[in-house]
Design a protein around this ligand. Structure first.
Ligand code: ASP
Length: 364
């Protein structure tokens, strides 16, 4: 007796068949995790924390803290603080790559699910932990978002330490960029050993406790060599991160300009509210971001010349992440420990536009 694919699926085909038929995006995450989305739903894996791959140490720490009863936002912020204070991560905090003037300007935002509050800072200078300043805005003011000089003054009033965030290494990379980006200027190339690094690169972390309380945070030095004063998606509640204690949380890394236009983190959470799995919600947000992309950033096949990634966690501990192109990982810590898994994706590497300038390389 033969059976059509449609009948077979209708008869309750298992996740293994889903791997074969679901297309690259879904297959990838199923294979790598070894657990189908359906099974993920059954086993309670909380507390659980998802983040960009650079948060692999942070998710482990956040989970430890939540196992000891920590608040989900406190745990997530402690997780991202590791990267903010690590001078070798050039996408965040101390050691972040500077703007075009050589000044490190940081963006961060956070949300606390149980109390439905939010805080954010944009273009903050000289304070290594903007995530904590964002939380201080949330905790100690009637406002949500402080920027620039006002944000710094507030941070100093709150007792944060002022420090030079431009490390020698980041300054060398910036000088090399300055010397190279215009062959008609007066800057001579100074050191062949230094590689110019471009970042997008950021850390987003979303945490859910054993009882289903949620917190989310995103922190970044933003797009390297940006125009001074540029604020990206990380600082914008609803774009760089969003959390609704009834549903879940989401956040992003990658080209902020593409994400802001679709209020991406909010979009992902709303998709989950409507029943999408975290991974499916992330994929839908990527599709929407591409639909909203201006043509100068698309190749002739409508493939973006940038990268963008979403990370999402549901109240019940299901999680997922998706990137536009393949070969990106995210960090997850849950009952099975802390590990990296592969993001779902829309396009294979061979579909990347040829000759596209790599728009972020350090953490992606
Ligand atoms: N999303 C950040 C920004 O656009 C940077 C990044 O994650 O790459 O500022």
């Amino acid at each position: 007796m033969s059976i059509s694919r449609r009948e077979f699926l209708g008869a309750g085909a298992t996740a293994a068949v889903g791997v074969a038929l679901a297309g690259p995006a879904q297959a990838e995450s199923v294979i790598v995790s070894g657990v189908s989305p359906a099974l993920r739903r059954l086993a309670d894996n909380r507390p659980a924390i998802i983040s960009s791959a650079n948060g692999i140490r942070g998710v482990a720490k956040a989970r430890e803290m939540m196992l000891s009863g920590a608040d989900p936002l406190d745990a997530a912020i402690a997780g991202v603080n590791i990267q903010e204070l690590d001078p070798s991560d050039h996408s965040v905090g101390l050691g972040g790559l500077p703007n075009e003037d050589g000044v490190v300007q940081l963006d961060a935002s956070c949300m606390h699910g149980p109390t439905r509050r939010a805080g954010a800072v944009g273009a903050l200078e000289d304070i290594a932990t903007p995530s904590l300043v964002a939380k201080a805005v949330m905790d100690y003011t009637d406002h949500i978002f402080l920027v620039g000089a006002g944000a710094k003054r507030f941070a100093l009033e709150m007792g944060f330490k002022e420090q030079n965030l431009l490390t020698d290494e980041a300054r060398q990379i910036w000088l090399k960029w300055k010397a190279n980006h215009d062959s008609n200027d007066a800057w001579l190339d100074h050191d062949d050993d230094v590689k110019i690094a471009f970042t997008h690169g950021t850390i987003n972390m979303n945490a859910v406790t054993a009882s289903g309380d949620i917190g989310s945070v995103t922190t970044t030095s933003g797009m390297s060599y940006k125009i001074p004063g540029r604020v990206g998606d990380s600082a914008i509640v609803g774009a760089g991160q969003y959390c609704d204690n009834d549903v879940g949380a989401a956040g992003s890394t990658g080209r902020g300009e593409a994400n802001i236009k679709i209020a991406g983190a909010f979009f992902v959470v709303e998709q989950m509210r409507g029943g999408a799995s975290p991974e499916e919600a992330c994929l839908r947000a990527l599709q929407r971001a591409i639909q909203m992309t201006e043509s100068r950033l698309l190749d002739e096949r409508k493939r973006p010349r940038y990268d963008l990634t979403y990370y999402a966690i549901a109240k019940d501990g299901r999680y997922g992440s998706a990137n536009i192109y393949e070969h990106l990982q995210f960090a997850i810590a849950d009952a099975r420990g802390a590990r990296l898994e592969s993001c779902a994706y829309l396009f294979t590497d061979s579909e990347r536009p040829r000759g596209a300038v790599p728009m972020h390389t350090l953490t992606h």
